[in-house]
Design a protein around this ligand. Sequence first.
Ligand code: ZN
Length: 183
Amino acid sequence: MDTDQKYMKQALTQAKRAAAIGEVPIGCVIVYEGRVIARGYNRRTTHHSALAHAEILAIKKACRMLGDWRLEGCTMYVTLEPCPMCAGAIVQARMDRVVMGTKNPKAGCAGSVLNLLQTEGLNHRVEITEGVLEESCRDILQTFFRELRERLRAEKQAHPPVAVSDGAMSAVDGAKDGKPVES
Ligand SMILES: [Zn+2]
């Protein structure tokens, strides 16, 4: 196992910690001079915060560890390609390098939707390595969402909707995220 795989495995351990508390399993670690100085895993739901992504939490810790907002000389290992917010924070922190597990075609900003890490015109560019332990990083996400769907299906079967008038039922059928659709 090479160095990148070794640290990605640690990022995967963080992702598992997220899954264990029902969060979407995304994890990361930040490495400086050959040692892990910060770890983070997604805690968006637990913290009731759109900002509580694995990368942001790890960047905060790394800055505290180094006593500097600059994370020059640091490499981030993250199981999923960073979103726009995290990619922005990585650039702001002047991180040297980002190593990713699997790509995020719908929100990734390290080459999928945008490439904020290597945008010409910005004052800092980040080296990218992708596809490290890709299968494991993808599997943990797929397993999480499959189990979530199965759980929701089982709950639905255990508690079938109460019979109500036709009009009310169609409103429920069209409802999204528990909110009734506007008629
Ligand atoms: Zn993010």
